[in-house]
Design a binder for this molecule. Structure first.
Ligand code: HEC
Ligand code: HEC
Length: 187
């Protein structure tokens, strides 16, 4: 009896998981989300503990689906001078992370923001920053600098999670944005 219940719970869990995953993959449109769509994920969550530990030590662990594989390759090749910091790793660790990043990169993912970011880049474009992509700039052009650079509670667009309250879950929905020090974000 106990086992049967356990199996039932697991089967339900898997069914739920699959339902959620397929819902996410199917949602492709960018604008005009209605209320029911607000819970949809924008990118696949970073689900690798080694990655979130190593690459989340200094900043929010950006989901692999936010940059194409060629960008991750370029970034991982220059960790000794990583935006002015030394973030070097030993060879085996770096390879393991590179594997994870490239397998789940924006150009290999069907999540909507990943596709949007991929599409916004020219073939030869290999940005080192998510914040340098056209897609990112287009999504944030309405924010004025006193909300970001001039905001002592934010400082940099690179701090996704300070404004996107559900960023670690892979959700960047504009309805879940709260800019520190500002009461509301309204369009
Ligand atoms: C020693 C601290 C440190 C570690 C460890 C570190 N980073 Fe960074 N990273 C930084 C700094 C500093 C910046 C620049 C942030 C800014 O401009 O506000 C940055 C920026 C980035 C950006 C660009 C964000 C943007 O603006 O779009 C990416 C992508 C990134 N890091 C990925 C990684 C990855 C992947 C790892 C793990 C291999 C990693 N980082 C480990 C310090 C670190
Ligand atoms: C200073 C606060 C702030 C920071 C930091 C920030 N964002 Fe945003 N982001 C916003 C706001 C506000 C919007 C909604 C803009 C609009 O509707 O015009 C938004 C929109 C978005 C959207 C589109 C969401 C939608 O529903 O259309 C994505 C994707 C996104 N941000 C990703 C990121 C990522 C990834 C980072 C970090 C690299 C980041 N943001 C950093 C405030 C921020």
């Amino acid at each position: 009896m106990k086992t049967a219940t356990w199996i039932l719970v697991n089967v339900l869990g898997i069914a739920l998981g699959l339902g959620l995953a397929s819902g996410v993959v199917l949602s492709d449109d960018d604008e005009g989300e209605g209320g029911w769509r607000q819970s949809r994920l924008d990118v696949a969550p970073a689900d690798n503990a080694f990655y979130t530990e190593e690459c989340g030590a200094c900043h929010f662990p950006y989901q692999p689906g936010l940059l194409p594989a060629r960008s991750w390759q370029r970034l991982m090749g220059g960790l000794d001078d990583h935006f002015g910091e030394n973030a070097e790793l030993d060879g085996a660790d770096a390879r393991q992370l590179m594997d994870y990043l490239s397998t789940n990169a924006a150009d290999r993912s069907s999540f909507k923001r990943s596709r949007g970011i991929s599409r916004s880049l020219q073939q030869g474009d290999t940005p080192l920053r998510i914040t340098a992509t056209r897609y990112f700039k287009r999504k944030h052009h309405e924010l004025s600098s006193h909300m970001v650079k001039g905001n002592p509670k934010v400082r940099s667009f690179s701090n996704c999670n300070l404004c996107h309250t559900q960023a670690s879950r892979g959700s960047y929905n504009e309805h879940q944005v709260k800019i520190p020090g500002f009461r509301y974000w309204d369009d």
